[in-house]
Design a protein around this ligand. Structure first.
Ligand code: AHR
Length: 510
């Protein structure tokens, strides 16, 4: 009788769905470090990202440091931006870096063909960008022009930025006021060359890559560069296969991957006035990153079992319709708690795959797509995405601790997604951080955390939440959504019980 009752309890679907969330933290099984480069951002000459976002010019009334907004510098320093990718995106394969050096009033203008046909006056160029990186403490990631540039041009750019002396390029840099080279390590060799970067086939690009990569050094500095091959569009696995097969591994440090969380490229929907059906689709696309990374990594493992070559997710984030009344080519969108969900689950995915995903760049930093900062004249506001990345930056450079997560599902319209996403790490001071996201917009989730190999002492937490999923910060109400301290948990020996409110992001520390 007792046995029958036990079986009945185990098999009853109604009982199985109740409080299933359980996380096992293997605090004694850490092996790989979460590369800080996963916390990279992206700044393209697109809309108001560079001009008006980062850069207002030295004569602006807005407080600035050599033309870069002081408020932006402070916000990005606090965020701990590990690396910044520039000047594109699609713009990169139209950009000729020599147009952006020397006296600003002598620089030629160009038409920004990809992003609204605006006039680019080249007032923000190589020096401005590399000095900006120094000001915010970020490593530069320069995206080279392969689509419409030349091997010589990219080779010269490396010499100009990185070499001490001994070439016309280093003399030119010094004449332009910079004696010491910046020593930029991360270099993209073209961007989306399957599309805006030249509509190439992977076999053709692999050959082109070999040629460009060969001349990106003088033979002395080559081993110091981290060269990134233009990578696949979401699930184009053949692209990764061909690059890994056809490019010699001694000239390849990273292979890129781009994936945006888009509902439908022809009907992206509003950034703020979205339905639950649209939210569900966005989260499905965001969670798809797990599958994409896993499959691209499987292909890379076949050719590079030692994991020497990194997977570089150098464009990711949510993409919606632009804000009403703004230029459609400027990709200016608001940022809600939905974006906080995307950021939280995506970073958790990158952490769990940190042995291969070693660089990533959210698209884009300011006023474009899933921005961390929005500006309007002298005003600036931090978005929910900013706050998630700031809460999560405790994971940078920490030892990733494997987690086994059993989660309830978030159900909508006969479909389901895992409700809880998680990752964990131990930092250099021995502190353990667990980041948890409940994407369910309707229900809190209780989760039991069992800890192996560490003790849950002095537990504290921070949370990002808001009443509605559609909530966002505005210039009038900039602090509607911001991290708060969190204490909705209890500790019993080595178990934690945590209640995650609907659509919330929590980071625990002990
Ligand atoms: O981030 C906006 C654009 O999206 C980039 O320029 C391009 O690389 C991608 O298609």
């Amino acid at each position: 009788m007792i046995k029958k009752l036990f079986l009945l309890i185990c098999l009853s679907p109604a009982l199985q769905t109740a409080a299933q969330n359980h996380l096992i933290l293997n605090a004694d099984q850490g092996r790989d470090t979460i590369n800080p480069r996963i916390y990279g951002h992206f700044a393209e000459h697109l809309g108001r990202c560079v001009y008006g976002g980062f850069y207002v010019g030295e004569n602006a009334a807005i407080p600035n440091r050599a033309g870069i907004r002081e408020d932006v510098i402070q916000a990005l320093k606090k965020l701990k931006v590990s690396n910044l990718r520039w000047p594109g995106g699609c713009f990169a394969d139209t950009y000729h870096w020599k147009d952006g050096i020397g006296p600003k009033d002598k620089r030629p203008t160009m038409k920004n063909v990809w992003w609204g046909g605006t006039t680019e006056d080249n007032s923000f160029g190589t020096h401005d960008f590399l000095n900006l990186c120094e000001a915010i403490g970020a490593e530069p990631y320069l995206a080279g022009n392969v689509g419409s540039g030349t091997v010589q041009e990219l080779s010269d750019w490396v010499k100009y930025t990185n070499h001490e002396s001994g070439s016309p390029m280093t003399d030119l840099r010094k004449a332009n006021g910079r004696v010491k080279p910046w020593k930029a390590k991360i270099w993209g060799v073209g961007n989306e060359v399957w599309g805006c970067g030249g509509n190439m086939r992977p076999e053709y690009y692999a050959n082109i890559y070999r040629q460009y990569a060969t001349f990106m050094s003088d033979g002395v500095n080559s081993e110091q560069l981290f060269r990134v091959a233009s990578g696949a569009n979401s699930s184009d696995y053949n692209w990764t296969e061909v690059l890994m097969r056809d490019i010699p591994h001694n000239m390849l440090e990273g292979v890129a991957l781009h994936h945006y969380s888009v509902i439908d490229w022809n009907n992206k929907g509003s950034a703020t006035a979205f339905t639950e059906a649209q939210y569900f689709k966005t989260m499905k696309e965001a969670l798809r990153m797990e599958e994409l990374v896993t499959r691209h990594v499987t292909i890379m493992d076949k050719y590079d079992p030692g994991k020497k070559i990194a997977l570089v997710v150098d464009e990711w984030g949510g993409w919606y319709d632009v804000e009403p009344g703004t230029n459609p080519a400027f990709l200016y969108q608001q940022n809600t708690m939905r974006d906080a969900m995307i950021a939280g689950v995506t970073l958790n995915t990158f952490h769990r795959h940190c042995d291969r995903v070693r660089v990533a760049n959210l698209a884009q930093t300011i006023n474009v797509l899933q921005a961390v900062i929005l500006t309007e004249g002298e005003k600036m506001v931090l978005t929910p995405t900013y706050h998630v990345m700031e809460m999560y930056n405790v994971h940078q450079g920490a030892l990733m601790l494997p987690v086994d997560v059993r989660t309830d599902n978030y159900r909508f319209d006969n479909q389901q997604l895992p409700a809880v996403s998680a990752s964990a790490s131990r930092d250099k001071n021995g502190k353990i951080h667990i980041s948890l996201v409940n994407i369910d917009p309707n229900k809190p989730q209780e989760i039991r955390i069992t800890i192996h190999g560490a003790q849950a002492k002095e537990v504290s937490g921070r949370i990002l939440e808001s009443t509605k999923l559609q909530d966002f910060n505005t210039f009038e109400q900039p602090e509607k959504i911001k991290p708060k301290s969190f204490s909705n948990f209890n500790v019993q020996q080595n178990e934690l019980k945590v209640i995650l409110p609907a659509h919330s992001v929590v980071v625990l520390e002990f």
